[in-house]
Design a binder for this molecule. Structure first.
Ligand SMILES: Cc1cc2nc3c(=O)[nH]c(=O)nc-3n(C[C@H](O)[C@H](O)[C@H](O)COP(=O)(O)OP(=O)(O)OC[C@H]3O[C@@H](n4cnc5c(N)ncnc54)[C@H](O)[C@@H]3O)c2cc1C
Length: 428
C-alpha cells in the first residue's frame, strides 16, 4: 500500500488549508477530491472574514482572487409588502487591511489548491474516497476508486455530510434541526452597473442579509453579495422548519420568488445567471459537534460542524481555513512525538480551544436556539414595516401625531414580545 504522511479527504477550504500548511513543512500530503476540480462543487454565500485567519497564512493573501472588500452592511426585515432596511457604513470597513471580502469558490478554491501544490502537496481530482481503512480501530488509510492508500493521519475535510468522520465513529447522531439548506445563484452583471446600483467605487463591495418573507417566515434568510462582475444571491432555510411546514414549501421556489421582489428585481435586472447551486449547512454549533480527533484521524471544517449563523453574520469559511491550519499543526506536533493515536492527536482539540474557533463556538453555543424564534421571521418584519408605513404616511386629511402612531403598533403585548426577544438575545 502506497503510504503518505497525511491524506486529506476533500479539497474545500479546510482540506486545502491543511494541505498547504503541511506541505510547507515538507510533509508528504495527498489530497483526494471527488469533484472535477477544487471549487467545482463547493458552495458558500460568498463572504470571507480575513482578520481571524490573516496571520495563519502569511504572504498568501496579496495575490488571492478576492472579489470586493465589503464597505457596507445591510440587514433588511422583509414583510409581505414592504421592507425595513438598516444600513451600516464605517471607516474601519474602508481602510486596509479590509476586514472582509466577497469571494467566488470556483475561483478561490482552485487558486488555493494551486498554492498548496506549489508548496508540494499532491492533489488528485475526480477521486472519491469510498472507505476508511481501519486496523484495530485505528485509521491507517483510505480506499478510493479501488486503490488502497496509507497514511499516518487522515484528515476528514469532506464537508457537512462527512462520511469519513461517521465511519471513524466520531460524528454525533444528526438532528435535522441542526442543519439548513441553501440555494444560490451567481448573476453576471457589468462592473459599472454593479457599482452604480450599489453606490460603490472601485473594488468596494456591499453585503445584504434579509429575513422574514424571503423564507415565508421560516427560520433562515436571504443574502446578496457583490462580486467584481457578478452578484451572489441566495437563501438559506432551516431543514426542520422546511420538513414541518404545512402546506409544504418547495424550497428552490423561495429563491425564484425572492428574485421577483421589487427590492431585488431592480438590483439584478439585465443580469445573467451563470451558476446555480444548493448545499447543506451545519448550524448546530457546539451542541451538534462530535469528536474532533480519533486514532489516526482529525476532522476539520464543515465535517466537524464548524459553521455558524448568528443572524448578522454567517460564517464557516474562516473556521474551515483555521481548523485546517490547526489540524496541520497538531499533525506536526504528533509527529515530533511519533504518536498518531488519539492520545497524540488530542493536541488538536487543545489548539482549537485556545484559538478563536472553539472560543466562538462556546460563546455562541445558544445562537441557534435563540434565533429559532418564529416571530423574528414573520411577526417582527410585519410589525416594523407597518409601523414605518404609518410614520411616513401623509394622507388626504390631517396627519396623526407621532406618539399615537407608535402606540397603535407598539401595544403592551408587542412591547412584552420585544422584551422577551431581548431576554433571549442576552444568551448570545
Ligand atoms: C448557501 C450557503 C451560504 C454560506 N454563506 C457563507 C458565508 O457567506 N461566509 C462563510 O464564511 N461561510 C458561509 N457558508 C459556509 C461555508 O461555505 C462552509 O462552512 C465552507 O464552505 C466549509 O468548507 P469545507 O472545506 O469544510 O467544506 P466544503 O467546501 O464542502 O468542501 C468539502 C470537499 O470535500 C469533497 N468531498 C466530499 N466527500 C468526498 C469524498 N468522499 N472523497 C473526496 N472528496 C470528497 C467535496 O467535493 C468538497 O470539495 C455558507 C454555506 C452555504 C451552503
Amino acid at each position: 500500500m502506497e503510504k503518505f504522511d497525511v491524506i486529506v479527504v476533500g479539497a474545500g477550504l479546510a482540506g486545502l488549508a491543511a494541505a498547504y500548511t503541511l506541505a510547507q513543512e515538507n510533509l508528504e500530503v495527498l489530497v483526494l477530491e471527488k469533484g472535477d476540480y477544487p471549487g467545482a462543487k463547493n458552495v458558500t454565500g460568498g463572504r470571507l472574514y480575513l482578520h481571524p485567519v490573516r496571520e495563519l497564512f502569511p504572504g498568501l493573501w496579496d495575490k488571492a482572487p478576492l472579489e470586493r472588500h465589503i464597505v457596507r452592511e445591510e440587514v433588511a426585515l422583509m414583510a409581505r409588502e414592504r421592507s425595513v432596511t438598516m444600513s451600516y457604513a464605517g471607516s474601519e470597513l474602508t481602510q486596509p487591511p479590509f476586514p472582509s471580502f466577497s469571494i467566488l469558490r470556483a475561483k478561490f478554491d482552485r487558486w488555493l489548491a494551486q498554492q498548496a501544490e506549489k508548496k508540494g502537496a499532491m492533489l488528485i481530482n475526480k477521486s472519491r474516497v469510498d472507505e476508511l481503512i481501519l486496523e484495530n480501530g485505528r485509521v491507517i488509510g483510505v480506499r478510493a476508486g479501488g486503490d488502497e492508500l496509507g497514511a499516518d493521519v487522515v484528515i476528514a475535510a469532506d464537508g457537512v455530510l462527512s462520511f469519513t468522520a461517521a465511519m471513524a465513529g466520531l460524528r454525533k447522531d444528526q438532528d435535522p434541526k441542526h442543519f439548513a439548506v441553501g440555494f444560490k445563484e451567481v448573476i453576471e452583471l457589468d462592473r459599472g452597473i454593479i457599482e452604480d446600483r450599489f453606490g460603490l467605487e472601485g473594488d468596494e463591495g456591499a453585503a445584504r442579509l434579509f429575513m422574514g418573507e424571503v423564507t415565508k417566515g421560516k427560520f433562515g434568510g436571504g443574502f446578496l453579495y457583490t462580486n467584481k462582475t457578478s452578484l451572489s444571491l441566495g437563501i438559506v432555510v432551516g431543514i426542520s422548519d422546511l420538513m414541518n411546514a404545512a402546506p409544504a414549501i418547495p424550497a428552490p421556489q423561495l429563491l425564484d420568488e425572492f428574485k421577483l421582489r421589487p427590492e431585488i428585481a431592480r438590483l439584478i435586472r439585465g443580469g445573467e445567471t451563470v451558476e446555480y447551486s444548493a448545499h447543506v449547512i451545519p448550524e448546530g454549533g457546539l451542541k451538534s459537534m462530535g469528536r474532533l480527533y480519533g486514532d489516526g484521524i482529525l476532522v476539520v471544517g464543515d465535517a466537524a460542524g464548524f459553521s455558524m449563523n448568528i443572524g448578522v453574520t454567517v460564517r464557516g469559511m474562516e473556521y474551515a481555513l483555521a481548523s485546517g491550519y490547526y489540524a496541520a499543526q497538531a499533525v506536526i506536533r504528533a509527529r515530533e512525538k511519533g504518536d498518531f493515536t488519539s492520545a497524540g492527536l488530542q493536541v488538536y482539540q487543545q489548539i482549537l480551544e485556545e484559538s478563536f474557533v472553539m472560543k466562538d463556538f462556546r460563546n455562541f453555543k445558544e445562537s441557534l436556539d435563540v434565533l429559532e424564534y418564529p416571530p423574528l421571521f414573520n411577526h417582527i418584519p410585519e410589525l416594523a414595516g407597518d409601523l414605518l408605513r404609518d410614520l411616513y404616511a401623509v394622507g388626504p386629511g390631517p396627519k396623526e401625531r407621532i406618539y399615537p402612531t407608535l402606540r397603535n403598533h407598539l401595544t403592551m403585548g408587542e412591547i412584552w414580545g420585544l422584551i422577551k426577544l431581548g431576554r433571549r438575545m442576552m444568551k448570545i
